[in-house]
Write a protein that binds this ligand. Structure first.
Ligand code: PLP
Length: 424
């Protein structure tokens, strides 16, 4: 079959998806796939949700799009009201974009502009963590610590420093308590700030539950509290990347709620619009909003499709549907069931090292040796083989792995829609 699409992988022509219903997608040959990862943790309401469809149709009938340089719109204003009403403490405004990478780019620039507005222009460094992913645009790729995705673009990237992730399965030492381990790795942030120079660091970026690069890895208790303390002590902004783990995926609307802190900027995307329209956003704290509003008043950034009326209408309907159907309860219940099922079925498998996660965000890590936790040789591409075999058998799961350049271990992610039932 010929194609004029430049697909992700030019060597493979993927099947054409033609319809979706609930947690299933059907391809051109009538084959049905159980979407156990929501694509990339996107389709949290499943496919063809009637209420979101109706909201999109209604909005397109009224006004599909109006440029945000000229207009606001009801869906944009109502979605912002809705998000702030349910946001972590201190969040005051919402900056809309079209996806996760854009949300990170906007967060980085908001951080930079904040320091210009308050007269601290020397704050030009960003610190993030190894084994993380924050998006594929150049700024987001620069802060991300996934070397496989970064490597060939290194000459184009901005300067960012990386500290250790909080990944107890891999890095907690024998005899070290979880709390001590969390403090040890969190304190690396302080060391990095001191090394770069106090007054030189603008922001620290982290995913509260690490998705694609590590396979649903939550931090140990106390880690994020310590991170917050360090950021506050040195005036560094905390940017939380909840693009994948946010909007209900881990059982609370925001993953950071489970850590008892808030960020200064928080990027959200995937579950925001559930894949019905491309949309992302940055939750902006009061102090950043005030600094810009009382300074230049103009955020020096913008995209043509920001605040897209139809995308906002779809996201608003998604969020209302999640609440109306009390789906976060199902995320917790089915998340526990999924964990038990995965542990029950694979917990003693010689090549399964760990089964982990929160809510309907679960990762299974594969190892060559369960006892030593030795990863597989990356050239074997175990994660890719598992994805392929699962897909051939009608199951979608999200793979990542290899031990190259600091990326340790193979895993697959499960992130099924919040409507999933126990039987499914
Ligand atoms: N941040 C995280 C944590 C992600 O998982 C992703 C995508 O997987 C992104 C950012 C980038 O989002 P997008 O692919 O919508 O640009």
């Amino acid at each position: 079959m010929t194609t004029h699409v430049l697909h992700r992988n030019s060597l493979i022509q993927p099947p054409r998806a033609v319809s979706g219903e609930g947690i299933y997608i059907t391809d051109e040959n009538g084959k049905r796939y159980l979407d156990a990862c929501g694509g990339a943790a996107v389709s949290c309401l499943g496919h063809s949700d009637p209420e979101v469809r109706a909201a999109i149709i209604e909005q397109v009938g009224k006004l599909a799009y109006a440029h945000s340089g000229f207009f606001s719109s009801d869906p944009m204003e109502e979605l912002a009201d809705d998000l702030i009403a349910h946001a972590p403490a201190g969040m005051e405004r919402v900056y809309f974009v079209s996806g996760g990478s854009e949300a990170i780019e906007a967060s980085l620039k908001l951080a930079r502009q904040y320091f210009l507005e308050i007269g601290e222009p020397d704050r030009e460094f960003v610190i993030a963590r190894r084994q993380s992913y924050h998006g594929n645009t150049l700024g987001a790729l620069s802060v991300g610590g996934n070397m496989w995705r970064r490597r060939q673009f290194e000459p184009l990237l901005i300067n960012a420093s990386h500290v250790s992730p909080c990944f107890a399965y891999r890095d907690q030492k024998a005899g070290e308590t979880a709390e001590d381990y969390g403090l040890r790795v969190a304190n690396e942030l302080e060391e990095a700030i001191l090394q770069l120079g106090t007054g030189r660091v603008a922001a620290f970026v982290a995913e509260p539950v690490v998705g694609a690069t590590s396979g649903a890895v939550a931090a140990v208790p106390g880690y994020f509290k310590r991170i917050r303390e360090i950021c506050d002590r040195y005036g560094v902004l905390l940017i939380l990347d909840e693009v994948m783990c946010g909007m209900g995926r881990t059982g609370t609307l925001h993953a950071i709620e489970q850590e008892g802190i808030s960020g200064d900027l928080q990027a959200i995307a995937k579950g925001l619009g559930a894949g019905y329209q491309p949309i992302g956003a940055v939750l902006v704290s009061d102090k950043i909003n005030k600094a810009i509003a009382s300074g230049t008043g103009f955020f020096q950034h913008g995209h043509t499709y920001q605040g897209h009326a139809t995308a906002c209408a779809a996201a608003l309907a998604t969020q209302r549907t999640i609440r109306k159907r009390d789906l976060l309860k199902n995320v917790v219940t089915q998340g526990d069931n999924l964990q038990k099922a995965l542990v029950g079925r694979f917990g003693n498998h010689p090549y399964v090292g760990d089964v982990r996660g929160r809510g309907l965000f679960r990762g299974v890590e594969f190892v060559a040796d369960r006892v030593t936790r030795e990863p597989f040789d990356p050239s074997r591409k175990i994660h890719a083989k598992i994805k392929k075999t699962a897909f051939e058998n009608g199951l979608m799961c999200y793979p990542m792995g290899g031990t190259i350049d600091g990326q340790r271990g193979d895993h697959v992610l499960f992130a099924p829609p919040y409507i999933v039932t126990e039987g499914q």
